[in-house]
Design a protein around this ligand. Structure first.
Ligand code: AMP
Length: 294
């Protein structure tokens, strides 16, 4: 496994490129089994190149940039075991040599949900993802469904700016009790982790309601909020249409049920995507299948 610490050293990827298409897996490190599943999925499509970069541009003032978990030795061990071809771990000064200047302005999909709760967050995400695409020049990139809006906002950038990168979405990996794996779960102490199970319970309650025939978005949102009573703050618990993340009063077609809630200082997000027809409800992906109607 190649360890690459600066953009200048990325020329070393050329030997890997000879063995198949490069598939980028961008991460912020503190890797867990969810990240490992992305690397394994990348291997099915080519040569995985994992980036580890805690991107200062996507954290707002007062957010957890300084205390975000960092454990490079453990990350490299996990990646070597999982079969990453190369790992790119740039220093912030190399990614932003003149500070954060030119940025990528996100499109309309960034307006609701986390975009509303974290102003500037998706401009920071798109700026670093665009830069990684230009530096690594992958044929494809893998992103987790866990960060649903992030994937949709990146999809919009790829489409609107014409990046020659194919996006691959990976399902969410969960602990046995349903909590989605997240680097931020390390912040949760025992009681907070127990309360945080309200997040997967909220999605399960919403899914039950929809499967029982509920189509009113407000009623589905209320079912989610009832399970989030132990959260210290609920940023949102909403149903949105896919893939545009538009507001919806009644559920129909592909919809995203999305939650963001805080437990102590830890902000957790999770979601569920469903295809809702009059009588039939089934799990679905976020990105429209190529050639398929949304
Ligand atoms: P992060 O390091 O949290 O920025 O995440 C890097 C990538 O891993 C993103 O594409 C995330 O969506 C994905 N990811 C994070 N948590 C999970 C999970 N529990 N299951 C699958 N993918 C995940």
């Amino acid at each position: 496994m190649e360890l690459i610490r600066s953009p200048a050293e990325l020329a070393r990827l050329e030997s890997l490129r000879g063995h198949g298409p490069l598939v980028l897996v961008p991460t912020m490190g503190a890797l867990h089994e969810g990240h490992a599943s992305l690397v394994r999925l990348a291997r099915e499509h080519g040569q995985p190149v994992v980036s580890i970069f805690v991107n200062p541009a996507q954290f707002g003032p007062g957010e957890d940039y300084a205390r975000y978990p960092r454990d490079l030795d453990a990350d490299l061990a996990l990646l070597a075991e999982t079969g990453a071809g190369a790992v790119f771990v740039p220093y912030a000064a190399a990614m932003y040599p003149a500070g954060v200047g030119v940025t990528v302005q996100p499109g309309p999909r960034a307006a609701p949900l986390c975009g509303a709760a974290r102003p500037g967050h998706f401009a920071g995400v798109l700026t670093v993802v665009a830069k990684l695409f230009l530096l690594v020049r992958p044929e494809a990139a893998v992103f987790g469904r866990k960060d649903a809006q992030q994937l949709l906002v990146i999809d919009e950038m790829v489409r609107d700016l014409g990046f020659p990168v194919r996006l691959i979405e990976a399902p969410t990996v969960r602990d046995a009790d349903g909590l989605a794996l997240s680097s931020r779960n390390r912040y949760l102490d025992g009681p907070a982790r127990r309360r945080a199970l309200g997040v997967p319970r909220a999605l399960a309650a919403a899914e039950r309601a929809v499967r029982a025939g509920e189509r009113g978005a407000a009623a589905v949102a209320a079912a989610m909020r009832a399970e989030l009573a132990e959260a210290d703050r609920v940023d949102y618990a909403e149903a949105r249409s896919l893939p545009d993340l538009g507001a919806c009063d009644r559920l129909g077609g592909r919809v995203l049920l999305a939650v963001a809630a805080r437990y102590g200082a830890t902000r957790l997000i999770d979601n569920l995507a469903l295809r809702v027809a009059e009588r039939r409800v089934e799990a679905c992906g976020l990105l429209a299948a190529p050639g398929a109607a949304a």
